[in-house]
Write a protein that binds this ligand. Sequence first.
Ligand code: GLU
Length: 424
Amino acid sequence: MSQATLSDIRHPNPYEVAQRQFDIAADRLGLKESLRRTLRSTKRELTVNFPVGMDNGDVEIFTGYRVQHNVARGPAKGGIRYHPDVTLDEVRALAMWMTWKCAVVKLPYGGAKGGVICEPKRMSLREQEGLTRRFTTELSIIIGPDSDIPAPDVNTNPQTMAWIMDTYSQHHGYSIPSVVTGKPVIVGGSEGRADATGRGVVFTVEEAAREIGLDLAGATVAVQGYGNAGSVAAKLLHYDYGAKVIAISDSQGGVYCEAGIDPDSAVHYKGQNGSLSGLPGTEPISNDDLLTLPCDVLIPAALENQISAYNADSIQAKIIAEAANGPTTPEADEILYGNGRMVIPDIIANAGGVTVSYFEWVQDKQAFFWTEKEINQKLRQIMTSSFADVLTMAKREQVNMRTAAYLLAVDRVATASAVRGLYP
Ligand code: GLU
């Protein structure tokens, strides 16, 4: 295999991946050509280059994007990520995935995503605040509580959302909490939002385990990516279901322990040391090796393109729950399906985050807040019924879970577009 080919296999362009996933569903649905062309590309794309004053007195220029893929079913919704590898095509793919995600769990939203090319881990808090406030200002021509509502994603968090909310509110002269979700509870955030993505993942794992007859008590779990989604999923599976977390990793590498890792101690250790490496009682494992470990449940919770034709045949997990967006390539999907692995695709597995974002937005709009218990009950109801819809579709159409989820989602968006009609 030549180097170029291997790189193409392992790192395909995420936008092309998203379009190929869409094509599979569009073909099966027999989508009209004009609608297919509309849904296959994005609606609106904003690129901004903007200056930020750094701590050393220099002014650095950053590039950021906000892409709205589709708004047929409601305002655009989706997170903002800060990462050195952000590209416009990545943000396009992530925006498209948001459209399908909101449709598959029936939230009244379209899809969007934002990103800034930067390395937040090397920036001070003050520099991150400056970048966020200026980026928000640049985005203010397209974001808004009824048009496009950002949220956290990779390397952004409730503090980032508080700065976005404050900046947008300063422009208008009064507080507008519903412009962004994932805020701290004290400024209009929702109970349960911080854990929602991981909790949603676990609700779908519970359903998948029931379907394949896997007892989660004592089941072995490997988690790639120990951020907001991965660490919460690990904790809930361990403490609430009695599963054994045998391997976890972050961008620096991973750790393995056959006897099981205590998820809370790992969070604590990572907080103290900046990474998981050297976690007492564990041995090091690479991110690649973690994916192919013998285990019952594999949770890719990091970035795109982790499972490709390069390693899909070596994956041993019975259930692969995609906490990350886009971790599996279409070629890998076919291999995993052929090998009888149950993939819970990203657009359903990680939809808990945007679902509780929706609850947050509704609460902000009515200025009346629910308890965490109510939030978690409503979240469970949406996740389990959506999972059941996808599973039924997969069985009926004899397709993998991703295509089943796409068939539901694309049909809903296409039907909304058709019923709204062509303007003018
Ligand atoms: N960034 C998250 C996702 O990919 C959450 C989006 C949101 O809450 O709007 O689903």
